[in-house]
Ligand binder design. Structure first.
Ligand SMILES: [Zn+2]
Length: 291
């Protein structure tokens, strides 16, 4: 089971290769992610949620992983997980972690110094953690030769707001890279290279973006936290505990499924457990995730 949750997965989209690198997987009660919701409510979806996304005893899987991308001569990491040595008092499983994440990146041909772009879909702690690493008691940029891309609206919001998870993200993971001059504040439709661009998917956070990959007629999209779990395809109204604007988040989920549902577009879930990728297909009046 553990091997399957942490296995290395790769996808080829035209000329673009994408590899999943898992930092940690959580198995948790439905209500811990979706306040007030229960596993019983997922019974009608169990036929497609089990066994990959919902355990037989009604817990959900939540995978924290990065996507490592090669496109047009660039090496890129999309979302940098929670990181090592971070003080995360609200999340015992993630508190002061010590994982071989960077060693694993290097083994996959993505040594930290070789990274050209770091794209954070939003600025919650589990998407920016490896932006920095601790060296001699200070937080220093992990990817010293990269441009870090943050959405302008997202940074404008977080620079004036306390981290809701007590993670002190601004000091640990954002200011050190900004002060080092490594950050480009980009707009919500920014094009990173010929094959990769951003699309706005606000709601979870104000400047949340998803990452669209198009090459040689093939298409994939990285969700970020617009969806935390595939069950939200059947229940776009389910509010994740981190959604800042729940109405906008629901509208964004619905619009995204209208755009990418019943199409060959491969959807890569930023917190979806193995197999992580699949297609959105209509299911009665709603949608489901087909893997
Ligand atoms: Zn997240």
């Amino acid at each position: 089971m553990r091997d399957r949750l942490y296995q290395q997965l790769s996808w080829q989209i035209g000329d673009v290769s994408i590899t999943r690198l898992v930092e940690v997987v959580l198995i948790a009660p439905v209500g811990s992610l979706f306040p007030g919701r229960t596993a019983d409510e997922l019974e009608p979806c169990a036929r497609w949620l089990q066994p990959n996304f919902l355990s037989a005893d009604g817990n959900i899987f939540l995978s924290i992983h990065a996507f490592l991308i090669r496109a047009g001569g660039l090496k890129m990491i999309v979302d940098t997980c929670a990181g090592n040595g971070k003080d995360l008092p609200l999340f015992p499983e993630w508190n002061n972690m010590n994982t071989p994440f960077l060693e694993n990146m290097t083994k996959l041909g993505f040594a930290p110094e070789s990274i050209d772009r770091v794209m954070c879909t939003h600025l919650h702690f589990d998407h920016v953690g490896w932006n920095t690493r601790p060296v001699d008691g200070k937080w220093v940029p992990t990817f010293a030769n990269a441009r870090y891309l943050f959405n302008k609206t997202e940074w404008e919001f977080w620079k004036d707001h306390d981290d809701p998870y007590g993670a002190n993200t601004i000091e640990h993971a954002l200011k050190p890279v900004i002060n080092a001059g490594l950050v480009d504040l980009v707009d919500t439709h920014h094009r990173i290279c010929d094959e990769i661009s951003l699309i706005p998917t606000p709601g979870h956070t104000p400047g949340h973006v998803s990452v669209l990959i198009q090459s040689k007629g093939a298409e994939a999209v990285i969700t970020g936290d617009m969806f935390h779990h595939p069950c939200q395809m059947a229940h776009p109204e389910w509010i994740d505990m981190g959604d800042i604007s729940s109405d906008v988040a629901e509208q964004t989920r619905l619009a995204f499924m209208q755009r990418f549902g019943n199409r060959p577009s491969l959807v890569l879930g930023t917190h979806f457990a193995t197999p992580t990728a699949g297609h959105i297909v209509s299911d009665g009046k709603g949608w489901r995730f087909d893997t």
